[in-house]
Each structure stands twice: as C-alpha cells, then as structure tokens.
Design a protein around this ligand. Structure first.
Ligand code: ADP
Length: 260
C-alpha cells in the first residue's frame, strides 16, 4: 500500500525517509455524551533515523498517539502506516507480528523478568519469536549501552538506570524500524535518567535507529532532534533542535491558555 504525499505536515522538517505516519488519526473513547476525543484528526510523520519527542499537557493525547502509531490500540478513524505498511488495515494476528518484528518498546516501568539475567531479558522477545539474534548487532548494542559486564546479572542486582538500559537493549535487539519509549526516565533519578537518554541518543546517532519518546520532562525532550507538542488531541507545534529552556517556555504557554 502506498503512503500518500504529505503537504503541510508536522514532523517533516528535513524530508528524510518516513518510519511511520498518521493521516486523519482520530481516537475517541466512550459513546454519546461521554465521548472523549483523545486524538482529533492528527496528521504526522516520524522521520527515520531521528529522535522525536512528544510533549504536551497531561491528557493531551500523548500516550494515545504513541499507542495508535505502534499498533497497540485501534483507531476510530484515519490511517496509520509503519514504513510502507498500513497498520490500520491489519487484523489482530498481523498486528501482533508487526509489533514483535518491527517495533521496539520501552516503558516507565522497565518490564524485565526478574528470574532472567540481563542477556536473557534482552533476547527474550526474539527467543519467543523463534528468531536468532544477529550476534554482531547484539554485540554492538550491548557495547553501545555499556552492558558488557552486566549480562549475567538479574534485574534485582542492577540499578534502575542499568535496568532501563537492559530494556533499551531489548528494544534494540531485533533492530526494529521504530522504538517507542513512553516516559522512559519517569522512574529514574536525574543522573540515571540522563544516562538512559544518552543511550537512546547513541541508538539514533551510532546505530541509526528511529526513536519516538513521550515525556513530561523538558530536559529529556532537549535530547531529541524534534519535539512535537500536543494539546487537546492535536499537534499544535513542533520544535527542531530543542533546548530545555525553549521547551519549558513553550510548555508554559499551554498553562497560560488553560488558566485563562
Ligand atoms: P496523555 O498521555 O497526554 O496524558 P492520554 O493519551 O493518556 O493523554 O489521554 C488523552 C485523553 O483520552 C484524556 O482525556 C484521557 O482521559 C482519555 N483516555 C485515555 N485512555 C482512555 C480510556 N481507556 N478510556 C477513556 N478515556 C481515555
């Protein structure tokens, strides 16, 4: 299925390859008078090989956008593509396979299995899928994330930052087309958070991966290449080459609108 040409659209600052896109993406919860429109006809493109952050006030639709782009949730209207595949046309089984083979995930809670060591956690999704990891790639990921001397440790023997680095390596292991990270630093102290952000940055810069990260933290967003700002279910702005100060200033304008 072909991907339609984009006219004016958020996320397309440098016109590189597209890892994912949405057209008219609408998601409503509930029916009748209790309907909540979480996403309101969103058009967006996620550029390949780039680090995109998604910010916005609480309830603006950040998680819903990520879930719909990742095929974790159904949409009410509109279309979503991962690469050239329209995922809004897939059935549950096809979606499960697509998520498993082509998408990597990181969450606020690291979601590691306590009985497995770091290496076993990293390769678990591929083991379940019956796929052999590319050893050279795996070594590169482990080296880049500085996990070489922690591979035999179980999660309880690792710091929070190290656990999230293992989760990052797990997301990278299958060399996915896209990594979605939902508040990946939310459970970490600021130093460990910085470490994990630096790892995600390296995944983009050194390993050529594509990362989309939902965050509340202007400092975290500043590590990205492009920040998309959501408000009331719409993308209302974008900021290439963000700094923490500029992101904070932009976020303050949302507060101003809300209070007025
Ligand atoms: P954010 O991640 O920016 O905080 P969400 O995407 O979680 O925002 O939510 C967007 C809107 O959709 C909010 O108004 C939220 O209450 C609503 N919402 C999210 N998930 C559900 C759900 N499962 N059922 C009903 N409403 C939901």
């Amino acid at each position: 299925m072909s991907t339609p040409a984009a006219a004016q659209e958020y996320g397309l600052a440098d016109g590189a390859g597209i890892a994912a896109r949405a057209a008219g993406l609408t998601k409503a919860y509930g029916t009748g008078e209790t309907t909540v429109v979480a996403l309101d006809a969103v058009d967006v493109a996620i550029t390949r090989g780039r680090f995109t952050a998604v910010m916005g006030p609480s309830g603006s639709g950040k998680s819903t956008l990520m879930h719909c782009l990742a095929g974790l949730d159904t949409v009410s209207a509109g279309q979503v593509w991962l690469g050239g595949t329209e995922i809004t046309g897939l059935n549950d089984r096809e979606l499960t396979r697509l998520r498993r083979d082509r998408v990597g995930f990181m969450f606020q809670s690291f979601n590691l299995l306590p009985t497995l060591n770091a290496l076993e956690n990293i390769t678990l999704p591929m083991d379940i899928a019956g796929r052999k990891p590319d050893r050279e790639w795996l070594r590169q990921v482990i080296d880049t994330l500085g996990l070489g001397d922690r591979l035999k440790h179980r999660p309880a023997e690792l710091s929070g930052g190290q656990q999230q680095r293992v989760a990052c390596a797990r997301a990278l292991a299958s060399r996915p087309e896209l990594i979605f990270a939902d508040e990946p630093t939310g459970n970490l102290d600021s130093r460990s958070g910085q470490e994990v952000l630096a790892m995600l940055r390296s995944a983009v810069d050194e390993l050529g991966q594509t990362v989309v990260m939902v965050t509340h933290d202007p400092g975290a967003a500043a590590v990205s290449d492009l920040v998309l700002f959501l408000a009331d279910g719409r993308i209302v702005d974008e900021m290439p080459h963000p700094t923490a100060e500029a992101v904070l200033e932009r976020m303050k304008r949302f507060d101003g609108v809300r209070k007025s």
